[in-house]
Design a protein around this ligand. Structure first.
Ligand code: GLU
Length: 505
């Protein structure tokens, strides 16, 4: 490890649930902290009271934990640099805003909303760029004293240099310059005493000893204000690293905050919580997100947290925006599912299967079927939600129901042949001395020859009869888990259903 321990932060605003793009930013910060042996800090930027969403904070913390992004300082864990909620740091922002005014870098602006509106209107009529006309920047001492005496409310604005440029080095984007003329005298402190993002972020990043700011590209335009503030305060600025935006899965346009459509036309969730609910494994999600805009090397797609921590480097982040590879996720998840230990996977599946089957977890857990089915279904599953429909037939007792009995009749097979298959299967399973999967398999493999039918025909009829669908876990094992009694019951019911078809038609 050559780099110095970094102090990095994830600084979400609780204005909505954790977006997948923000989760990626959090993950890169976490990786960098872990790579350098530094600290990952969570700071809640809750100064926008109008857009405040009550349960957003809980969602952020739940999702970060779910992804395994533990934080060294922040909500619930505390730390030496707290408080970690901006709403609890208002005194600090006020203090530093006043400092800027006292030292000539900022000024009190007493303009009323009506005046600002009128200024904008005039600018519009003159077809000029709209914005604050810096009226209060040039008040005389006397005017200022008068406004103060009147007790007028005010905001504090940054006095942006009128000429020149601000240049800074972005660790991903390289050197970037901005003309001061393009910047307004931005508000730093609002009339109600709450800071704006610009002031709060700089004060906090400095006081919290943040060494690197890694965040989405959309914040790039705020850096010049940040640089000016660092210069005014005489503080050492952090390293900025702006992450390229994530594009929609089709590569066109920035990934939406609301609804995203995948290449195959299906809706791609944008909130982390929806991925959790959809049954992705957190390790797979971690791997997937780490690979959006960064890669371990040119070829490795599946890698562990440890590998990612070892290899992570800011200069390995690709500067060009990448499309959101939604179609890769199910594949990666399948890889992680197959690698999972059966017992662990069983525990992870329980809530999903219970929900899918409308049963309680205890009920599912009190029966042997899911435990027995795990080794069979793990080869075929890509997400945890896919398990319930695969194992549903194992939890059905009693008379089966074939809503579409035609499915029982395999392609290129007559109804009477199907009836033969079902009868023969019953007879041979009924006669087995042992009902284990080897014996079941051996018995059923005899049938195509005896019936002079193709294996595909025979096994398809049995599969639909026994499991109700033609996509199920491997047949012989499924039958074994189901047990002799329930299997024979289903075969008989299936035969009846096909016979009824024959009579009708
Ligand atoms: N509060 C900002 C957000 O919600 C954070 C920007 C930053 O990381 O500086 O994205």
């Amino acid at each position: 490890m050559t780099e110095k321990p970094a102090r990095v932060r994830f600084a979400p605003s609780p204005t909505g649930y954790l977006h997948i793009g923000s989760a990626r930013s959090a993950l890169f910060n976490w990786l960098y902290a872990r790579h350098t042996g530094g600290q990952f800090i969570v700071r809640i930027e809750d100064t926008d009271r109008k857009r405040y969403v009550e349960d957003a904070l809980d969602d952020f913390l739940t999702q970060l934990r779910w992804l395994g992004l533990d934080w060294d300082e922040g909500p619930e864990v505390g730390g030496d640099y707290g408080p970690y909620f901006q709403s609890q740091r208002l005194d600090l922002y006020r203090k530093w805003a006043d400092w800027l005014v006292d030292n000539g870098f900022a000024y009190r602006c007493y303009c009323t909303p009506e005046r600002l509106q009128a200024v904008r209107e005039e600018q519009r009529q003159r077809k000029e760029k709209t914005g604050y006309d810096r009226h209060c920047r040039y008040l005389t001492g006397q005017q200022r004293a008068q406004y103060e005496a009147e007790g007028r409310s005010y905001v504090i604005r940054l006095a942006v240099p009128l000429e020149g440029t601000t240049t800074f080095q972005d660790a991903i984007r390289g050197e970037i310059s901005f003309n001061h003329a393009e910047f307004q005298d931005t508000v730093l402190l609002k009339s109600d005493g709450w800071p704006t993002y610009h002031l709060a972020a700089v004060v906090d990043d400095h006081l919290m000893d943040i060494t690197h700011i890694m965040r989405s590209d959309e914040w790039l335009n705020s850096v010049p204000i940040g640089v000016l503030l660092y210069q005014a305060f005489g503080w050492q600025p952090p390293v900025w690293a702006h992450l390229p935006v994530i594009l929609n899965p089709n590569g066109k346009g920035k990934m939406s905050k609301r609804q995203v459509i995948g290449k195959d036309g299906t809706v791609v969730p944008v909130h982390m919580r929806d991925y959790q609910a959809a049954g992705y494994l957190p390790d797979a999600m971690f791997n997937f997100l780490a690979h959006v805009g960064w890669s371990l090397d040119d070829s490795t797609e599946v890698f562990s947290r440890e590998d990612a921590i070892d290899a992570f480097a800011i200069d390995g982040i690709k500067p060009s925006p990448a499309a959101f590879p939604a179609d890769k996720l199910a594949w990666i998840d399948g890889v992680y599912i197959r690698e999972r230990d059966d017992d662990d996977l069983y525990l992870e599946l329980l809530p999903f299967v219970a929900q899918g089957l409308d049963m309680s977890e205890q009920e599912v857990d009190s029966r042997p079927e899911l435990r027995q089915a795990v080794p069979l279904i793990k080869e075929r599953m890509r997400t945890l939600v896919e398990a319930a429909p695969m194992v549903a037939f194992l939890f059905e007792d009693g008379e089966p129901d074939y809503p579409d009995p035609q499915l029982l009749v395999p392609k290129k097979t007559s109804r009477s042949e199907t009836i033969d298959i079902l009868e023969k299967t019953s007879a041979s399973l009924a006669a087995l001395p042992e009902f284990d999967s080897d014996s079941v398999e051996a018995a059923l493999r005899e049938l195509p020859g005896e019936l002079e039918l193709k294996p595909r025909q025979v096994f398809s009829a049995i599969r639909v009869a026994v499991t109700g669908t033609n996509v199920s876990p491997p047949l012989f094992e499924s039958i074994t888990i189901l047990g002799r009694e329930r299997t024979l019951l289903r075969l008989a019911a299936a035969k009846q259903a096909v016979t009824a078809l024959t009579e009708d038609g």
